[in-house]
Ligand binder design. Structure first.
Ligand SMILES: Nc1ncnc2c1ncn2[C@@H]1O[C@H](COP(=O)(O)OP(=O)(O)OP(=O)(O)O)[C@@H](O)[C@H]1O
Ligand SMILES: [Mg+2]
Length: 601
């Protein structure tokens, strides 16, 4: 079953659905982020232009020395040759420093922006997105993928710009000096471009695999390390090591495929370069012998050949980075282009302070729209009352709670609070007035104080303590040596189940919400903590509108209204006594619950 689930998740992995967007289009979009830092960018590019210009100068000095100084024995000019070269070298060094720094600045700032935008967008995406994507893969996107952009922007884009610029400067000079020889040298260029493209497409495919395998490793790590208890309980350590080593091996294989491609490509490009050199030496020397070219010019030609071959040579290395960055861009932009399913309307208004009259009107909803969980469901929770939802597992109780908090939107029908459609108000204003204690207690790594305060930013110490007292958490908190500063571990693993529940209740209480959604956990507690939680709940429900998904007899009995839900539809509705006299589904469930509550724990 586990394997099935994993397969299903992998199938819905949007990474595999990515269409092949042209690199150009991807980078054009990336450039909009780079352009946000135009000042250092322009400064960096100017130093690059300066650098290219200086690079062109040195071979000219060589040519002058060979063709003029040596034959004409101009001894007095020799020291100036040394000074000029050293001067240019110093200038090159300074400009290189400026270039590295400004380009790194552009790169780092761009990466910062992209990472920020990406994380901000991830926070906006709906729960359904997280259900269909694995955490490890999403983490890889924000870390690994953004990092590969960093390489591209910081070192390589600057280099390619510099080299391209130098290329055009040099080629213009060469065409002027000897256009025939230049054309011969350039003849290798189309072949180079063709080869680059050929390898480029394959490389991109290979990089996509590398990234996918990297994300798989991340997924595996995230899932297994955070669920280590399940693995140990099932004694599946060996199984997980095997699964991991399989992923690890696939990752290695994917990387080796890239290396393989790259290892073929690099020597091919080198061969092209030497072909250029052969042409220059053979044809150039012939020209020199025929006195159509001077020795100095030939020497300059050889030096320039190196410069024009630089872009091609580096481009082959760059191809690596470019393809890697292109696949990263693809993923990042695909994430950024995903619209949250639960969207706030642009004209959404802030929900005024509610009294808490909740209405479900003819709701049809399914997590998958083809399989409705709720069918034409209608229900009203009058302000200030407690409504208990009971029903068998999978009936759709938590689903109703999810809809009330607008974690999902219904496919048809509407949900209103005090007459406002949930879709017409801002999510923030809605959720700030809701208190949610969910079925699985969700806590964050941090101190007890931080966890309670998480419900309401800016809450005072007195409010935290008051909430903890009302939730009957204060007593156990003070028993810890560090009290409210006790670290509770990831997801609160250092606390007992009952303690976690009471903290979650305190977190909901501190918000003092008008509408409360309480999805009681079914975990059985000992009688004492059961009584404590019961009392905490009573505090929580007092004077508010509440939707309680109840498993505890006492909570159900004191509710103003009880709804029995079966397969997404209301089977019975009424209060405790009414439903008992009905002798229907409720009476049956009650009898069952009563029986189990009498069992010794
Ligand atoms: N995130 C989800 N994605 C897809 N299907 C879901 C999701 N959550 C719940 N379901 C399905 O919706 C149906 C109703 O689930 P729901 O969680 O509302 O049940 P419940 O009444 O709260 O059950 P329980 O008493 O066990 O908590 C179930 O068939 C379940 O498989
Ligand atoms: Mg549930």
């Amino acid at each position: 079953m586990q394997a099935n689930m994993i397969r299903k998740v992998a199938e819905s992995d949007p990474d595999q659905l990515i269409t092949k967007t042209p690199v150009f289009v991807l980078f054009q979009r990336l450039f909009t982020y780079i352009w946000q830092h135009k000042l250092p960018l322009i400064a960096g590019l100017s130093t690059i232009v300066g650098l290219s210009f200086l690079q062109v100068l040195i071979p000219q000095i060589t040519r002058y020395t060979i063709d003029v100084l040596i034959p004409q024995q101009k001894f007095h000019q020799l020291p100036w040759v040394g000074v000029a070269i050293i001067g240019i070298a110093l200038l090159l060094g300074t400009l290189n420093y400026a270039r590295s720094y400004t380009m790194a600045l552009v790169g780092q700032k761009t990466i910062y922006t992209i990472r920020h935008v990406l994380y901000e967008h991830l926070q906006k995406l709906s729960l359904s997105y997280y259900e269909n994507n694995r955490t490890g893969a999403l983490m890889a996107r924000v870390t690994q993928d953004v990092d590969s952009l960093q390489n591209l922007i910081i070192s390589d884009v600057a280099e390619i710009v510099a080299d391209t610029f130098a290329f055009f400067a040099v080629v213009s000079y060469l065409l002027y000096a000897d256009w025939q020889l230049t054309c011969m040298v350039l003849a290798t260029l189309p072949l180079m471009v063709y080869l680059t493209q050929l390898f480029g497409t394959r490389m991109r495919g290979a990089y996509r695999d590398v990234q996918r395998q990297g994300a798989e490793i991340n997924n595996h790590l995230q899932e297994t390390l955070s669920n280590i208890k399940v693995i140990k309980a099932c004694a599946n350590e060996g199984y997980e090591v095997d699964r991991f080593s399989e992923r690890n091996r696939e990752n290695m294989a994917a990387n080796l495929r890239v290396v393989q491609l790259w290892s073929v490509f690099s020597p091919v490009i080198d061969l092209m370069n030497h072909l250029g050199l052969a042409i220059v030496m053979v044809y150039g020397s012939w020209e020199v012998i025929k006195h159509r070219l001077s020795i100095g010019e030939l020497a300059a030609f050889v030096a320039y050949l190196n410069i024009i071959n630089q872009p091609a040579k580096k481009f082959s290395r760059l191809l690596n980075v470019i393809q890697k960055a292109a696949t990263a861009c693809e993923r990042i932009f695909a994430t950024l282009d995903t619209e949250p399913e639960v969207m706030e309307k642009p004209e959404a208004i802030a929900l005024p302070n509610i009294t808490g009259n909740f209405c479900f009107e003819n709701i049809t909803f399914g997590y998958d729209s083809n399989e409705p969980v709720l069918k034409d469901f209608s229900l009203e929770i009058p302000a200030g009352t407690t409504l208990a939802l009971v029903g068998s597992s999978g009936a759709g109780k938590s689903t109703i709670a999810n809809l009330a908090a607008r974690f999902y939107d219904p496919q048809t029908g509407r949900i209103t609070v005090d007459g406002y459609d949930l879709r017409d108000v801002t999510l923030k204003s809605l959720r700030s007035q809701l208190g949610i204690v969910s079925q699985e207690t969700l806590l964050l790594h941090g101190t007890i104080r931080e966890n309670i305060a998480y419900g309401k930013p800016g809450v005072t110490e007195a409010e935290i303590v008051a909430a903890a007292q009302a939730a009957h958490a204060h007593e156990f908190i003070l028993e810890f040596p560090q009290g409210y500063d006790t670290m509770i571990g990831e997801r609160g693993v250092k606390l007992s189940g009952g303690q976690r529940q009471r903290l979650a209740i305190a977190r909901a209480l501190v918000k003092n919400p008008q509408f409360l959604i309480l999805d009681e956990a079914t975990s059985s507690l000992d009688t004492e903590s059961e009584a404590l939680i019961q009392d905490a709940l009573k505090q929580l429900l007092h004077g508010r509108t509440s939707l309680v998904i109840a498993h505890r007899l006492s909570t159900i009995q004191t509710a103003d209204k009880i709804v029995v839900l079966e397969k997404g539809a209301i089977a019975e509705i009424g209060n405790h006594t009414e439903l008992l006299t009905n002798q229907g589904r409720y009476a049956y469930l009650q009898a069952l619950m009563f029986k189990s509550s009498e069992l010794p724990t």
